[in-house]
Design a protein around this ligand. Structure first.
Ligand SMILES: Nc1ncnc2c1ncn2[C@@H]1O[C@H](COP(=O)(O)OP(=O)(O)O)[C@@H](O)[C@H]1O
Ligand SMILES: [Mg+2]
Length: 373
């Protein structure tokens, strides 16, 4: 593609628009090449999905692997899991659709693939239906048999894997673990944003996936490397931006991948060719203004106490003792017992997170907006 905005804020495009992650990519490649499963963990929007797809691009060049990616975010039960697994793998082993349907049908009887036509683009796709009255466990069984039958090394990435812990069916973990263990030609990348849930799934002695993978915790992109990336992309687009201004962008966005990308995308898109600190600050203000409806909506989800606490944390940027006298007095927060309750509620709602003993607001732009209160 020509002349696209090089700061991608959607799905991964290609390595040209992907900053660094060399070490992390290497670690995943190494795990796969040595038949180890891996669990990738980080907060939302730091770059897990991008990293998986970037690693796939590498693996595709290097090896004769068959790669599958599944986003489990919107699967709410085992049946949805089975359908999304079937949909991801179907059509990948054999190229021609009719052939696929045939070979698939011979092995997997509980699922009914059907050719659909996209109403917007008119291009054909495949929808998977579970045959009426089929137990999703049977479908799962058949898909894993189908995988087992393949002669190639297969990699399956299960993104937002913690989702399975919320399925209403009992023993989903044990069921999946059982199937996965049986496969000798397939490796898995598990990925997710809820650190607590994932470390519990893979780290609790009593759970089926206990110690079945190695962990990779994704951090922020190194600032110097990100600076060079940003500078290069702007200069390539004939913008003027000096090192201090790039630093300012990373400062404002807290080096947080999505927010860096978003601010840069806006700056690039509005076409002001000389990017000064002033232009950056104005652009950020405009973004916060655009998001305001969302932020007011967040506010409606919170009690006054929770909102006040959240605002106080935003203003401090990082708080390690939210129940300390000084903090409570400074922001007039009331009794310390109620602060603990509010903290828990904010963590549950994923408004804040705690890292290395410090509480922070999860959404970087929202935090900026709160600072103005
Ligand atoms: N290394 C990177 N360089 C440039 N953009 C990135 C990088 N990693 C992620 N992104 C972009 O940042 C956004 C958030 O990344 P994503 O992979 O969706 O995060 P996560 O899966 O952790 O929620 C996406 O739009 C993605 O394209
Ligand atoms: Mg993701």
């Amino acid at each position: 593609m020509k002349n696209i905005n090089p700061f991608i804020i959607g799905i991964y495009l290609s390595s040209e628009y992907f900053c660094n992650r060399k070490h992390e990519t290497q670690r995943i490649v190494n795990a796969i090449e040595n038949q180890r499963n891996l669990t990738l963990i980080s907060h939302r929007r730091l770059g897990k999905t991008g990293l998986i797809l970037h690693t796939f691009e590498h693996l595709r060049q290097k090896n004769d692997l068959t790669l599958f990616y599944l986003d489990l975010m919107h699967t709410n039960d085992l049946s949805a899991f089975v359908r999304s697994l079937a949909k991801a793998i179907i059509g990948k082993f054999d190229k021609r659709t009719t052939q696929v349907l045939k070979s698939f049908g011979n092995l997997v009887r509980s699922l009914r693939p059907s050719i659909t036509i996209d109403p917007v683009t008119g291009s054909p796709g495949i929808e998977i239906f579970l045959q009426d009255n089929t137990n999703p466990k049977t479908g799962l069984d058949e898909i894993f048999k189908y995988l087992q039958y393949q002669k190639r090394h297969i990699v399956i990435a299960l993104d937002e894997f913690q989702q399975i812990a919320y399925y209403p069916e009992k023993n989903v973990e044990a069921l999946l673990r059982g199937h996965i263990q049986q496969l000798n030609n397939t490796n898995f990348i598990f990925s997710g944003s809820q650190k607590h849930m994932l470390t519990s799934i893979f780290g609790d002695y009593s759970r089926p996936f206990y110690q079945s993978t190695e962990f990779l915790e994704l951090g922020k992109i190194n600032r110097e490397v990100y600076k060079a990336f940003i500078t290069q992309k702007f200069e390539h687009g004939k913008f003027r931006i000096d090192p201090m201004a790039v630093e300012f962008i990373l400062e404002l966005t807290n080096d947080y991948t999505y927010y860096v990308q978003f601010l840069c995308n806006k700056l690039y898109g509005q076409g002001v060719k000389n990017i000064t600190n002033e232009v950056i600050a104005e652009t950020l203000s405009a973004i916060l203004k655009e998001q305001e409806v969302v932020y007011y909506n967040y506010r409606n989800f919170l009690t006054e106490q929770q909102f006040n606490l959240l605002t106080a944390i935003a203003k401090e940027k990082k708080v390690n003792m939210p129940t300390s006298k000084a903090f409570i007095q400074k922001y007039k927060l009331g009794a310390s017992s109620s602060i603990n309750t509010a903290l828990k509620a904010l963590i549950n709602k994923e408004m804040i997170f705690k890292e290395k003993g410090y509480y922070q607001v999860y959404d970087v732009f929202f935090s900026k907006w709160l600072e103005q209160w």
